[in-house]
Structure formats: structure tokens, C-alpha cells
Design a binder for this molecule. Structure first.
Ligand code: SF4
Length: 232
């Protein structure tokens, strides 16, 4: 829960990996907001991270609202991986897509929460299924763009991996560091980046800042042994 500038009121976030939720969950969010939010003032807003926030909740209603959301299968205390992920629609519903994105990203969040439990800082990971870039992969710390590769004559989905995007002051697009990351191995490649950052960062330097000051060759060297990456 987060205090608003209006004294006595709070907003509660609902974190939706990939922006997905069921019809029943939508109804639960509406009912719970009405029940525990301030009459005539409560609101449900979308964020640019594909999440929702419920605003104008009086302090006395916050805990019951959160309990109700959790009972509906929603996440109100997300990991930094869940908070920082964005994905475009991908091949499920988009005719332009080169590959599947949203389901891979949703699965990846769980994989990272286990594999990268060593990492506690913020990270922004965005997926786009093609160069149209609806997932805004260029501004992410770690961006993925749908691609394909041919293995033994068979076409397989994969992602081109970009590192070092930033928004705000000194905004910059990320750069292509590792092409053709196998679809199933995305989380292992991210783990390599996070471990390299933790080993090489200076003091309290953020991932965004470290990626921005690292040379392309240094970032490429993270994947020097990528052939040995485990496929799961
Ligand atoms: S980035 Fe490409 S695949 Fe994704 S929604 Fe946009 S057009 Fe479709």
C-alpha cells in the first residue's frame, strides 16, 4: 500500500504479469474497490507497466482490500521481476508477430523469481514480438525482440536480446548484444546479466547505470560461454 498526498488515503497496486487477468478477477477488483474504497472517489487506473492501481482507499479498508485481491488470485506484493515486465500481444493475436511473447514472459517471471532470487534490485524487462516494438523493448534494461533461427532444418522461435535502455534524463535506446537467444533459455540469459552486474557494479550503482556505462564488448563477453547454457 502507498500513501497518497491526500491525508488518510492510500493506493493499492495489482501486479499483472503481461497485463493479463480473467473476467472473474476483473469483477472481483471492481467489487472489492467499491466495497473498500471511498464512496464516490475510488478509482481503478491502468499503468504503463500493464498493471492496475486502486486509488482513494481509506486506511481502514486497505488490509481487507488486499486480502480480497489475494483471495482472487491477484498479486499485491510483487517481486521486482513481476513489477518490471512488459510484453506486447505477440503471435497469439497479432498478424505481424514473428514470435510468441506474452506467455513466455509470464512464465519467465516465475522462473526468474526462483533462478534469480539472489537479485533484489529493480529491473525492466520488455518483450516485442517483431520490430514494430509495441512492447517498447528499446527502452528496457533488458529488451527482447522476436526472431527465428533454423536448427537442423527446423524453424524455431528465439529472441534478439538488447541491453542498456533508459528513460527520463539521458534517455537512450538499448543495443543488440546477443542475437537469437533460444525461446526456452531467456531466463538463463537474464541471470547471466544480473550476475555480471552484481560482480562488476560500483558501490550502489543501479543496473540501468551499469549497463549504460559498460562497453558493447564487455556486455557481449557476458555470453562468451552461452553454448553451455542449460535448456529446460
Ligand atoms: S510488436 Fe509486433 S508482434 Fe508485438 S503487438 Fe506490435 S506488431 Fe504485434
Amino acid at each position: 500500500m502507498h500513501a497518497q498526498t491526500q491525508k488518510g488515503f492510500y493506493w493499492v497496486g495489482v501486479c499483472l504479469a503481461g497485463g493479463r487477468l480473467t473476467g472473474q478477477q476483473m469483477r472481483a477488483i471492481a467489487d472489492l474497490s467499491e466495497k473498500f474504497g471511498e464512496k464516490g472517489k475510488v478509482g481503478i487506473r491502468g499503468t504503463n507497466k500493464q498493471n492496475l492501481i486502486i486509488v482513494n482507499v481509506p486506511e481502514k479498508g486497505v488490509e481487507d482490500l488486499k486480502k480480497g485481491l489475494v483471495a482472487a488470485g491477484l498479486v499485491v506484493e510483487p517481486s521486482n521481476f513481476r513489477k518490471g515486465c512488459v510484453s506486447c500481444t505477440g503471435i497469439e493475436f497479432c498478424n505481424l508477430a514473428v514470435g510468441e511473447t506474452k506467455n513466455r514472459m509470464i512464465r519467465m517471471v516465475g522462473e526468474l523469481e526462483t533462478l534469480c532470487s539472489h537479485y533484489k534490485d529493480q529491473v525492466r524487462i520488455h518483450f516485442s514480438g517483431c520490430p514494430s516494438s509495441c512492447g517498447q523493448h528499446q527502452i528496457a534494461d533488458i529488451g527482447f525482440r522476436g526472431a527465428t533461427r533454423t536448427v537442423d532444418g527446423v524453424k524455431k522461435e528465439c529472441f534478439d536480446m538488447f541491453l542498456g535502455g533508459k528513460t527520463g534524463a539521458d534517455a537512450r535506446f538499448n543495443v543488440l548484444i546477443q542475437p537469437k537467444v533460444p525461446y526456452e533459455e531467456v531466463h538463463h540469459y537474464i541471470d547471466k546479466v544480473l550476475r555480471a552486474y552484481q560482480a562488476k557494479k560500483s558501490g550502489t550503482e543501479t543496473l540501468t547505470r551499469w549497463l549504460g556505462r559498460s562497453s558493447k564488448d564487455d556486455l557481449k563477453s557476458i555470453f562468451a560461454d552461452s553454448a553451455s547454457t542449460t535448456t529446460v
